[in-house]
Design a protein around this ligand. Structure first.
Ligand SMILES: Cc1cc2nc3c(=O)[nH]c(=O)nc-3n(C[C@H](O)[C@H](O)[C@H](O)COP(=O)(O)O)c2cc1C
Ligand SMILES: O=C(O)C(=O)c1ccccc1
Length: 354
């Protein structure tokens, strides 16, 4: 995986590399997301006879899936000509949920079609940036439903755009000519060619979520929840899942590492809906730590984009396969047969006693 990142760094236009790699502010949160995993160690159990293992997870709209999912990342065509189609085929072939987004450079129906080329019944979720105009939001949801998406992911950590320091320095503030946010094409009052066609919704409140939930039969997960009270509110409003995420350090540069928010959110949700996590997941053992701390699955953002940039569909497959194999191996070494065998007592803070 390091090699794929290195290849991507060498081959990508530096401004595009920075768009993917970068974070907000001084990139403190970006760095902390990965470091947070290094502060934990796994405490294996022995003599538990884990001869065969089943690492599948049950998620909304994905009853049997890998515990690693592809987090939504914008504009895949910026890094590889095959764009989101390649990512979709790879995720489907590896049995992982793909979260495709509002800001994709391939229309959601074409993303789902590509996933279906690789597997008979792939799980593709649609990440929604709620639009300030409710009829545009409704039209986006409709497109996702018609395409065959099996869940919606509403991103709630972005009432305003993040200030991506590298992009501001590089003057990379819009889509280059020839690229389009295809999901916005033809929606009332929007075009697909500019970043302003994907406006954030600074006025959004909990009743707007209720309206989104009423307008769809799909399960809805909330992405970008860090406060345990918000996790409780999400469940009370009918969310089907909560994704603990700080947007890969691209929004507020003063929040905790995503992993450090997970235990309190999992405690607040108390098993009522699945809790997912993304941010800084780089190895199979990171997945194991996240699951032991209460996550049902872990998302990966940048590693997938590096795989795509370096080797297209093959590169994304290599990233997902490596994570799955490492996770399975770690589970075996910890004496587990199923994901649920990784319990909170099997994860400890490094450097302490227990
Ligand atoms: C280049 C890039 C684009 C992203 N675009 C979106 C997006 O459109 N919607 C969204 O909800 N999250 C977006 N994210 C955040 C990811 O979904 C995810 O939270 C984050 O990348 C996870 O951290 P990781 O990159 O350390 O794995 C983006 C992240 C990156 C790096
Ligand atoms: O770059 C991002 O992190 C992101 O979330 C985004 C939001 C809107 C348009 C493009 C990307």
């Amino acid at each position: 995986m390091r090699a794929l990142h290195e290849t991507a760094r060498k081959t990508l236009d530096p401004v595009r590399y920075d768009y993917v790699a970068g974070g907000a502010g001084e990139e403190r949160v970006l760095a902390d997301n990965e470091r947070a995993f290094d502060r934990y160690a796994l405490l294996p159990r022995v003599l538990r006879g884990s001869g065969t293992r089943d690492t599948s997870a049950a998620l909304p709209g994905a009853p049997r899936t890998a515990p690693v999912l592809v987090a939504p990342t914008a504009f895949h065509r910026l890094v590889h000509r095959d764009g989101e189609r390649a990512t979709a085929r790879a995720a489907a072939a590896e049995g992982a949920v793909l979260v495709t987004g509002t800001a994709a450079t391939t229309a959601v129906r074409d993303v789902v079609a590509a996933a279906r080329e690789a597997a008979p019944d792939p799980a593709v979720w649609f990440q929604l940036y709620p639009h300030p105009r409710r009829e545009v939001t409704a039209a986006l949801v409709r497109r996702a439903e018609d395409a065959g998406c099996t869940a919606l992911v509403v991103t709630v950590d972005s009432p305003v755009f993040g200030r991506h320091t590298r992009d501001l320095r590089n003057g990379f503030t819009d889509l280059p000519p020839g690229y389009a946010a295809e999901n916005m094409r033809g929606l009332p009052g929007t075009g697909p060619d500019a970043l302003t066609d994907i406006p954030m919704s600074p006025a959004a409140r909990w009743p707007d979520l209720t309206e989104t939930l009423r307008g769809t039969s799909l399960p809805v997960l909330l992405k970008g929840v860090l406060h345990p009270d918000d996790a409780r509110l999400a469940v009370e409003h009918g969310a089907a899942g909560v994704i603990v995420s700080n947007h890969g350090g691209r929004q507020c540069d003063a929040v905790p590492a995503a992993l450090d928010c997970l235990p309190a959110v999992a405690g607040a949700v108390a098993g009522r809906v699945p809790v997912l996590l993304d941010g800084g997941v780089r190895r199979g053992s990171d997945v194991a730590v996240a699951l032991a701390l209460g996550a049902a699955a872990a998302g990966v953002g940048r590693p997938v984009v590096w795989g795509l940039a370096a080797e297209g569909e093959t590169g994304v497959r290599r990233v997902l396969a490596a994570l799955r194999e490492e996770y399975d191996h770690t589970l075996a070494l910890c004496g587990g047969r199923r994901n649920a065998d990784l319990t909170a007592d099997m994860v400890v803070r490094k450097g302490g006693t227990w």
